[in-house]
Ligand binder design. Structure first.
Ligand SMILES: [Zn+2]
Length: 200
């Protein structure tokens, strides 16, 4: 029995609690803390598995929860061109077939023209023939959806700055992984080629 107590110090100290008049130092002896070390290491490892290794994530995944950008409409007027302001801030629509990215298929990312948040990857862009750039999927968390007041369409906006992008349509039968069409104004986005840095 004696060797067992020695080999399991924590247990032995638990047993010591039942002794009458035990010295107070037995309540929290130093080696009791040794059980926390492997627990702590386990927690650390668990943390790494769940949240760690951010270096392997792409910029887009890091932007899953973009920081809100709150500017007054007066501030946006200073930053944006009149046409950008009309579309991004006043929910306008550029003329069909006129947008810079309507028939544009270079490899890279599309950022919000207002705040620079990455919104779409070029690999999700497809030719819908509708007259505006079409994407079947945005970066996770980068785009918000709101039903139009008349309930007929769903508006999409930049999750960070609230800039109006266009509308999203589902179930149109496009052979894309999501069967969704994000119909986006070219002027609402800014293309960044290939490996270029994602900042403005
Ligand atoms: Zn934005």
């Amino acid at each position: 029995m004696r060797w067992k107590l020695k080999s399991v110090p924590v247990l032995s100290h638990h047993l010591s609690l039942s002794r009458p008049n035990f010295p107070s130092k037995f309540i929290f002896p130093e080696n009791v803390y040794s059980i926390y070390i492997p627990l702590f290491m386990l927690f650390q490892w668990n943390w790494v598995l769940k949240f760690g290794d951010f270096t392997s994530l792409s910029i887009s995944e890091k932007m899953a929860a973009p920081t809100p950008i709150n500017k007054t409409e007066e501030e946006w007027k200073v930053i944006l061109s009149p046409e950008q302001f009309r579309i991004l801030r006043q929910k306008g629509t550029e003329l069909k077939g006129t947008g810079e990215y309507n028939k544009f298929y270079e490899e890279g990312d599309y950022k919000c023209a207002g705040c620079g948040t990455p919104l779409y990857k070029s690999s999700t862009k497809f030719d819908s023939g509708c007259g505006w750039p079409a994407f079947f999927e945005g970066f996770p968390g980068a785009i918000n959806r709101y039903p139009d007041p008349d309930g007929r369409r769903t508006e999409i906006t930049c999750a960070a700055c609230g800039g109006h992008l266009g509308h999203v349509f589902k179930g149109e039968g496009f052979k894309t992984p999501t069967d969704e069409r994000h119909c986006v104004n070219s002027i609402s986005v800014k293309f960044v080629p290939g490996n270029a840095p994602a900042s403005i």
